[in-house]
Ligand binder design. Structure first.
Ligand code: ZN
Length: 609
């Protein structure tokens, strides 16, 4: 965490009133031991957002957001952890150590000032759109593109006039100097260093907001033949193209709603207007990991809708990989050649666009279609070439049922036997895995393995055990010799276990302050911990009960490890690596023995649930 000592953090946390803080964003009603209200992180009609005042936690049963008071303001105000500490220290009059205080406070103040400057600039652009002579041209363009006044308001669209110093003059009247404007990328210093000029001229302006609706930058579309057609803010302390998505602040957080990703601002705005309100635009770059991670907070599935030209298709393919790697379900919408979404929805109507959405391809089908491009599969040679490419693609699939479906379709399409095709795919898959395994080096970090572990019984036991330890200060001493974080197999509970056991070891007699645990966890860890605190029932019943719970967690660990070693053995055998095989066999026997030992000591059939 850097910046502040644990003591200071704890002091701020103790003094900050989570109920008061949360109430600034949503109204809460007391129900039982906790307070409930409409979630400020996703839109809902019935309250599923909970605040536990005593434990100083919040949790949403709807979207899974959760954490402590720092997590809350970090997410709502878009602050870093030290900024959140600072923010709350200010509010609750906790003095902070001077040196750090001034540095941080300055950064913090500067950022706030930059947001203010951007908002003023957006207001200026809007003013120019509606109240200047030049603005009429931009309004005419907006009309031609079919945008309504509501849409213009919703997206805060504006117009940067052709003047070289319009914004500079406007800002000066508001007491903002050129140095500040330059820092947020709105003006450019002249080459001779004698002054500045406006960056955006004669452009339709699209303010870009972050998730908390602060304006962090601008995109400007040329209204004449100026190049580039789209001009973005440069990288500034607030804005970095690859870190944001246009209109992300306008969509709903709902895993069941697919998010449409388009390339251009205009496409995005037009789709919103025609009722496709879960649309965002990438900011003229290839999609990044950061963007995929942002999207994952909003949805479980995305539909890519890029141009049908070659560049667009290549961008689509790269985008798919990045999105899929973050675990998003990816589909691809095929647009008629030479058309962008804006044109399609305007010319053919929303129903037609909905049809295209419904017909969007899953990403394997899309890749297969791309692979087939330019190959005549009616010739034996073409067929073979396509099969080879298709096998490469299908060999990357992890899910067996998914693979089966594609193999069946492909076999039908090419009129070949599905068994033969399947054999080829498996051969390819094993070769891939073997290679991956060799490259990975880390024996315990096999990707294949992590996929297998969705065993709910063990996961449940891990959650209950964590809850028991957190709720009962002395409880840990009953089990400390029997279990530690190593045995937690679910990545989320493991994160918590690592922090929890570490804190206990450092301070064996101390009380566990759950609100403090959050300060050491990332966002996923915070969400998991608050979900455990809010939903798990775990009471100290008997030693027998506890033992069976511990045994269950360990059983999960052994089962997983054995499975993993077995999988690795299979691969080592295929590759004929003697040394590796011996090593793995050894490990396998060891694990088996430990597992048998565990089973012989625990009461069969009890899960501790
Ligand atoms: Zn929620």
């Amino acid at each position: 965490m850097g910046f502040y000592s644990d003591d200071i953090i704890k002091e701020v946390q103790d003094r900050a009133d989570i109920l008061e803080i949360v109430s600034e964003y949503t109204s809460l009603k007391k129900r039982g031991d906790s307070y409930i209200g409409l979630c400020p992180f996703h839109s809902e009609k019935t309250p599923s957002f909970n605040v536990d005042v005593e434990k100083k936690l919040f949790y949403c049963f709807g979207c899974g957001a959760g954490g402590n008071v720092f997590t809350f303001v970090m997410n709502k105000e878009n602050l870093s952890f030290p900024e959140a500490v600072r923010y709350l220290a200010d509010k609750y009059k906790v003095p902070l150590p001077e040196s750090m205080n001034s540095k941080l406070s300055q950064e913090f103040k500067e950022k706030r000032e930059f947001y203010r400057v951007n908002r003023l600039a957006a207001e200026y652009f809007k003013l120019c759109l509606f109240h200047t002579y030049e603005g009429k041209k931009a309004l005419a363009y907006i009309k031609k593109r079919g945008l309504t006044r509501d849409t213009v308001e919703k997206f805060f669209l504006g117009y940067a006039p052709p003047s070289w110093d319009g914004l500079i003059k406007f800002a000066r009247k508001k007491g903002i100097d050129c140095a500040t404007l330059e820092k947020v990328g709105l003006v450019i210093a002249r080459k001779d260093k004698k002054g500045y000029y406006d960056r955006f001229r004669n452009r339709l302006m699209f303010p870009i907001e972050d998730v908390t609706k602060n304006i962090i930058g601008f995109g400007g579309r040329a209204l004449d033949d100026s190049m580039p057609k789209y001009l973005n803010s440069p990288d500034t302390p607030l804005f970095s193209k690859g870190d944001n998505l246009y209109a992300l602040s306008k969509i709903e957080k709902d895993p069941s709603l697919d998010v449409i990703i388009v390339e251009g601002y205009m496409d995005c705005v037009a789709l919103h207007q025609h009722g496709f309100r879960q649309t965002v635009a990438s900011l003229g770059t290839a999609l990044t990991k950061k963007q995929a991670q942002l999207l994952k907070k909003y949805t479980a599935g995305v539909i890519l809708s890029y141009d049908a030209d070659v560049a667009g298709q290549a961008a689509t393919e790269r985008g798919i990989e990045i999105l899929a790697q973050e675990g998003l379900r990816v589909k691809i919408l095929s647009l008629p050649e030479g058309k962008d979404p804006d044109e399609v929805v305007k010319e053919q109507g929303p129903q037609y666009f909905q049809k295209l959405l419904d017909a969007s391809l899953d990403f394997i089908s899309f890749k297969l279609q791309r692979a087939k491009h330019g190959i005549n599969v009616n010739t034996p040679d073409g067929k073979l070439r396509y099969i080879k490419k298709a096998v490469d693609i299908l060999g990357q699939l992890e899910s067996e049922p998914e693979m089966e479906v594609h193999i069946k379709n492909l076999a039908e399409e090419l009129d070949i036997s599905p068994q033969a095709l399947k054999k080829e795919v498996y051969r390819k898959k094993l070769a891939n895995n073997g290679l991956q395994y060799k490259n990975s080096q880390i024996r315990y970090n096999n990707k294949e393995f992590n996929k297998i572990l969705q065993v709910t019984g063990f996961y449940k036991a891990e959650r209950k055990l964590l809850k028991l330890i957190i709720d009962n200060d002395t409880f840990y001493r009953n089990i400390e010799e029997k279990i530690d974080e190593r045995y937690f197999t679910n990545p989320k509970t493991k994160k918590i276990a690592m922090v929890l056991f570490d804190i206990i070891r450092q301070n064996p007699d101390g009380k566990i302050d759950v609100a403090q645990l959050f300060n050491y966890l990332d966002e996923e860890g915070c969400a998991e911990l608050s979900s455990i605190m809010a939903t798990e029932q775990a009471e100290l019943v008997s030693q027998e009960h506890i033992d069976s719970l511990v045994a269950k967690v360990k059983e999960g660990y052994f089962k997983e490890s054995i499975l993993k070693v077995r999988e690795q053995l299979k691969q080592a055998e295929i590759l004929g690596n003697r040394e590796e095989i011996n090593y793995l066999l050894n490990m396998y026997q060891q694990l088996k023995a430990e597992m048998d030992e565990l089973i012989s000591h625990s009461t069969p059939g009890k899960e501790g649930a």
